[in-house]
Design a protein around this ligand. Structure first.
Ligand SMILES: Cc1cc2nc3c(=O)[nH]c(=O)nc-3n(C[C@H](O)[C@H](O)[C@H](O)COP(=O)(O)OP(=O)(O)OC[C@H]3O[C@@H](n4cnc5c(N)ncnc54)[C@H](O)[C@@H]3O)c2cc1C
Length: 368
């Protein structure tokens, strides 16, 4: 639970709260041109940047509970430039051997190369496939929703390799046959690209791990990002509840507190219950992860609950605050756009619910 933190994690939480005020919120009104650089430098000095990076590359490789504490606390201030606080993490490249360790993982961690993740494919396309020919795997197919793809030096893509099965392969975006078909921006303002691959020859030593082991690798990365979303969602819930708390204590036109009305109180209490449940799930799941337990089902459940709850919360907060909250640059309107994608990205809620059902009914996995 959030209350049962070690002295180290309490210090981390307090440091993050201070960091949000001193280094992030100062850019809220007038972002400096070099705000991202300033945030990165401050995050390095504070030891936050290294938390997501492996020790072999100078990082501190923080556990899931510490990462959740840090992300939730920062998000609770609803600051800008949160993405610049943590350094690039290895993702599916975690633990790769040479040559990938030097050619891609090292430059990624050092910020010299950018990676992206290619999993989602168009509904009307054949799955992306590869055939091993000599020292290369020759890849053909499409990826339809690659976040940061247009600026990426390489894509960690799921490819079905003939006779071997699903594999994660590092595809350099400059290779002949790699084409950006479309660039687009989603509701939260983040940038994405759709790619096609036509007979792209990638060295077989850019297959991550053994061919055919791609799906578990990809799922591990997705599992980590699911907890990340949940931690940020919990932080934003705290921020929304603080905002509502102040709003409901303020007076309406009649002079009485807005929160005096029963129906308003009912909604507010409902939101507090959701936040209490989401945070309890988050901290329990992070602790299980740090104990080395398989948390596939718990991470899905936490991601579903927290991202749905924050969506409902922001929506309901807009209702309680009224029309001003829908003005384009109102923090609630911005947050509404920011959190909507989380109910689809890294697994649609509907699909994850089916997976949780399957996990327990068919595989006997997951706990309550
Ligand atoms: C902001 C954002 C960033 C993203 N970044 C990336 C990225 O970097 N890399 C990447 O690979 N993808 C990325 N995605 C894509 C994301 O992973 C997909 O949108 C998500 O997995 C859903 O897939 P889909 O869009 O193809 O929708 P679909 O799979 O078509 O699902 C749409 C709906 O159809 C129903 N449905 C679909 N399948 C089933 C099923 N098996 N059983 C029951 N109902 C079902 C559900 O209601 C579901 O919500 C991103 C998406 C967003 C919004």
């Amino acid at each position: 639970m959030p209350e049962m933190l070690s002295p180290e994690l309490i210090k981390l939480r307090d440091d993050c709260a201070k960091f949000a005020t001193q280094h992030l919120l100062i850019h809220a009104d007038q972002p400096a041109v070099d705000a991202q650089d300033q945030v990165r430098a401050a995050a390095k000095a504070a030891g936050l940047f290294a938390m997501t990076q492996p020790t072999a590359f100078g990082g501190s490789a923080a556990g899931q509970l510490a990462l959740c504490v840090a992300r939730e606390t920062l998000a609770a201030a609803n600051p800008p430039f949160m993405d610049s606080v943590f350094g690039p993490s290895p993702g599916v490249l975690g633990g790769v051997q040479e040559p990938l360790a030097s050619s891609h993982l090292g430059p990624l961690i050092a910020g010299e190369k950018r990676s992206s993740f290619g999993f989602t494919e168009p509904d009307d396309a054949e799955p992306t496939r590869g055939v091993i020919e000599g020292d290369n795997v020759v890849i053909t197919g499409q990826k339809s929703y690659v976040t940061g793809g247009a600026d990426a030096d390489f894509i960690n893509a799921l490819v079905r390799v003939e006779d071997r099965g699903p594999s994660m392969i590092v595809i350099d975006t400059h290779l002949p046959g790699v084409k950006i078909e479309k660039k687009f921006v989603s509701l939260d303002g983040s940038h994405h690209a759709a790619f096609s691959f036509t007979n792209v020859a990638v060295p077989t030593n850019q297959i991550i791990g053994e061919p055919g082991e791609g799906l578990p690798k990809a799922m591990r990365q997705i599992g980590d990002i699911r907890l990340l979303f949940a931690a940020q969602a919990c932080g934003y819930m705290i921020w929304v509840l603080d905002l509502l708390n102040q709003h409901l204590k303020s007076a309406d036109k009649s002079g009485s507190a807005r929160g005096d009305k029963d129906v308003v109180r009912w909604h507010y209490s409902e939101l507090r219950i959701q936040a209490f449940a989401a945070r309890s799930m988050l901290y329990r799941t992070a602790r299980l992860a740090d104990q080395g337990e398989n948390i596939v089902n718990e991470a899905m459940a936490t991601k579903v609950f927290a991202t749905e709850a924050v969506g409902v919360m922001v929506d309901r907060a807009i209702q309680l605050v009224g029309g001003t909250a829908l003005v384009e640059d109102h923090p609630l309107a911005i947050l509404y756009r920011k959190v909507r994608g989380w109910r689809l990205a890294e697994g649609a809620t509907d699909v994850l619910k089916l997976n949780i059902g399957r996990g327990i009914l068919e595989l006997d996995k997951g706990r309550i």
